[in-house]
Design a protein around this ligand. Structure first.
Ligand code: ZN
Length: 631
């Protein structure tokens, strides 16, 4: 047995490699630069994790998303493999410790974002590490033609100078042919070995239906397929709505979106993973780390932004190889609304600039300051304050995030702030009258000396510990104080955190990044056009449309998509009609109008059936211009 396979079995508990994994591992082990395109579910991470385990030294993994890094690091640690991620929000001194750990602590994996690599001092330390492999995950981010372009990826190729002998492995789950060429060139891969796994998912039936009543159609689908299902929606609001509609129809469903606390996310996801509920209604925040093999249906009830995302989300169905359905429900109004939904919310340079300046003002960041500061952020509050449209603002911030100007992460936190609004003398009086509350109140006053003067962020677990009470007891006292108008008390919900990665330099920052903006907007429009083509094209197999989009040529129809099914049933209809016509012509000769009247079919159908019968010489036209059976 090969060493790679032994490691797979020991740490991953899989019996054998999936297709291409072994080949990719061999290529990396031979020291060659390698490009691997593996659609979702193909088992990408094993391809770099195993060779890194087999060699001395540490594997550098460059990844664009904090959540993705955390997920992978947690997975490795679960398997007793030493890995760390340098994510945002870590202070520089901690970072130095972590990097020292990497050098002397036998770590096997170091994850970091491409932006981190741009810090000289981080790079200096990385240069000293015994790097055995450089993995670039989500490599399509390097391409301006990809849907997730991040300029910081363009700098990765610099690592070649410092590590000329270390192989690069570029991984992506989605790349059109144009993007693939970009990846190889921009990352500076040297004569790379190229591996591409087909995008074909033979057990998934792609279905597109235009319907008036989407809920009714969902109900039909779910009643017919009682197994696990994901319903993708665009926003948090329709997440809740759809889930409660389904529950009132008697289905068991839960929901998942970025605004939930991690506890709720976990709870909802677990109840779906363990089949306590059939359906999870989710936004595109749902996806990472889901490994549920028996998902029967993935239903989209709003148009996806691009086919890359659609393919990934739809591809969560049928991992067990059994037949599954990827259904996209559209209504005529969806297509009409597309303009306002997608095009009008693309930010332009002026808007981008406005957002950036206001963000800095919002957090009181002065010109020339702001680097590495982390804030809790509530998008709605921000938009409300400056009267910005929410979605366009969100897009602008996403753009700034991808450009590395800020890091926006979807983290939910509930922060409490409070202020005493009566003089301290009266607070003392309250304590003497309510001796049971004294310890808690004192703990608060001692911890937050400014609490009489201003609203102060409040750490409930800390106060509970300090006063030797439970959090519930602290909560109860706060409630009482509030009712008696002794304190003012706010629970603030923040649904994201925001880090400024650079010092504030308004014009310079914005003009540096905005050169990419127009290109990105244009690309988004084109991607959307491809989605509209996918749903609108009535004469091509849906599976074929997807494969063609990703640059795969195929001549065969899949036989199970909505187009293929419709074609088949149209054919059976015509076959039935032909039989009917033959039966009629057995007793008399008829012209096409008469046949139409007898069969009640449309004239097109009748003409089509007659043509077929004439071609196969089952019937002939006689001298009276009527049809009769060929004797
Ligand atoms: Zn098909």
């Amino acid at each position: 047995m090969s060493e790679a396979l032994q490691i797979l079995q020991k740490y991953w508990k899989h019996d054998s490699f999936r297709s291409l994994q072994n080949e990719i591992i061999d290529s990396v082990l031979s020291g060659q630069d390698t490009f691997a395109l593996m659609p979702t579910g193909g088992g990408k991470s094993v391809c770099f994790q195993i060779p890194a385990m087999m060699n001395e030294g540490i594997c550098l993994v460059i990844s664009p998303l904090v959540a993705l890094m955390k997920d992978q690091v947690a997975n490795l640690q679960k398997r007793n493999i030493k890995a760390i991620a340098l994510t945002g929000g870590i202070r520089s001194d901690e970072m130095i410790d972590l990097l020292d750990n990497c050098q002397f602590g036998n770590y096997k994996f170091l994850y970091l974002s491409p932006e981190r690599l741009q810090s000289d001092w981080i790079l200096e330390r990385i240069k000293n590490l015994p790097i055995n492999l450089i993995t670039i995950d989500e490599a399509h981010c390097v391409s301006q033609w990809g849907h997730d372009f991040r300029p910081a990826y363009l700098k990765i190729s610099n690592l070649k100078t410092y590590f000329p002998k270390v192989p690069f492995l570029a991984l992506t789950a989605t790349a059109t042919p144009k993007v693939k060429i970009d990846i190889i060139n921009e990352l500076g891969l040297h004569e790379p070995q190229i591996f591409e796994k087909s995008f074909a998912r033979k057990n998934i039936a792609y279905m597109v239906f235009e319907v008036e009543d989407k809920l009714f159609r969902i109900e039909q689908i779910l009643r017919k397929n009682l197994q696990s299902s994901i319903i993708y929606v665009r926003n948090r609001k329709s997440c809740l709505e759809t889930s409660s509609q389904l529950n009132s129809l008697g289905f068991k469903s839960t929901y998942y979106h970025g605004g939930l606390s991690s506890k709720e996310k976990d709870k909802n996801m677990q109840s779906w993973m363990q089949d306590q509920v059939q359906v999870i209604v989710a936004t595109n925040a749902f996806g990472m780390g889901i490994d549920k093999a028996d998902v029967k249906t993935v239903i989209h009830i709003q148009l996806p932004e691009n086919l890359e995302n659609y393919y990934q989300e739809a591809g969560r169905s049928g991992r067990n190889g059994e037949k599954a359905f990827a259904v996209l429900l559209t209504s005529p109004s969806d297509i009409r609304q597309v303009e306002s939904q997608f095009i009008n919310i693309l930010p332009d340079k002026k808007f981008l600039n406005e957002i950036f300046v206001k963000l800095c003002n919002f957090f009181q960041i002065a010109y020339g300051e702001g680097i590495d500061e982390k804030f809790s952020f509530n998008l709605n509050q921000f938009c409300l304050k400056y009267k910005f449209p929410v979605l366009r603002t969100y897009n602008a911030m996403q753009f700034l995030d991808r450009q590395g100007v800020i890091t926006l992460s979807q983290e939910f936190s509930e922060k409490i702030s409070l202020q005493f609004i009566i003089p301290s003398k009266e607070v003392m009086r309250y304590m003497s009258l309510n001796p049971n509350d004294e310890e808690i109140v004192l703990a608060i006053l001692r911890t937050y000396p400014g609490i009489y003067d201003m609203e102060t962020a409040f750490n409930q677990p800390f106060i509970a510990k300090k006063s030797n009470h439970t959090e519930n007891q602290v909560q109860a006292v706060l409630q009482k104080l509030k009712e008696k108008d002794i304190i003012e008390y706010h629970a603030k919900n923040n649904d994201a955190s925001l880090i400024f990665n650079e010092i504030r330099e308004d014009e310079r920052t914005i003009s540096r990044v905005s050169k990419y903006l127009e290109n990105q907007n244009q690309l988004k429009k084109e991607k959307l056009k491809s989605v509209l083509h996918y749903i609108g094209e009535q004469n091509v197999c849906k599976s074929k449309l997807i494969l063609n989009y990703f640059g795969e040529k195929t001549n065969d129809d899949c036989g199970i998509c909505s187009y293929c099914i419709a074609k088949k049933s149209a054919k059976t209809d015509i076959d039935k009609l032909s039989k009917k016509i033959i039966a009629l012509l057995k007793t008399e000769e008829l012209n096409s109008r008469e046949i139409e009247n007898r069969t009640k079919n449309t004239s097109n159908e009748v003409i089509f059936a007659i043509q077929q019968l004439l071609e196969t010489e089952s019937i002939i036209v006689n001298s009276n211009n009527k049809y009769t059976l060929k004797r």
